[in-house]
Design a protein around this ligand. Sequence first.
Ligand code: TMP
Length: 226
Amino acid sequence: MTAQGGDLRGRFITLEGGEGAGKSTQVKRLAATLSAHGIEAVLTREPGGTPGAEDIRALLVTGDPDRWDAMTETLLHYAARRAHVEKTVKPALARGAWVISDRFADSTMAYQGYAGAVGREAIADLHKLVLGDFQPDLTLVLDLPVEAGLARAKARMQGGIRQTLDVAEDRYERMGLAFHETLRKAFHDIAAREPQRCRLIDAGGDPDQVAAALWQAVAAKFNLTP
Ligand code: TMP
């Protein structure tokens, strides 16, 4: 079941990609464009999106890179995701709003499944157990060479944008180049395996160009006027 199945009337769109791909800027722009088309858009993020899941986020994105092994991380992400879907995403979709999430399950598949070596099958099995057939209607994967993404993420950290309670949310950024290279290949693979749901978007341009490419993909998928 995608969000279009059952009695969920809204649409569920997720943005995915590696570090520094510009997702946080683009989710806001997409929500604004949807609003301009008269569609109520709810902006949310993972890990997080509901108070309990935001508490779990703090455990995941701060501290030493080896604070958790990949399977423990996977379980924490899915605990947060279950709360997010049940308390935030499904209620919004049920009342007809569109939900845009800055990351969702493909991040667990890429970060923990591929780069963390938990494996595709284990993540897919866990997804089924926790969320059944629930999947986004559309997933936009922002693609950027690793060095460019990490440089952008670093510049953002130095600007202090992602400081929460003075604690840097940089645990994943510090995981090393090989991890991030594997991650980029993982997102390519995920997008190639599910062409119905996923669109790979070049995130190398300026924010206006990227926003235009994202909107084109959304408008085409849902038959909206561009
Ligand atoms: P952010 O960079 O989009 O704020 O996300 C926080 C970090 O969490 C990011 O480095 C990716 C990581 N992450 C995972 O490793 N697995 C997941 O399932 C999710 C949602 C995020």
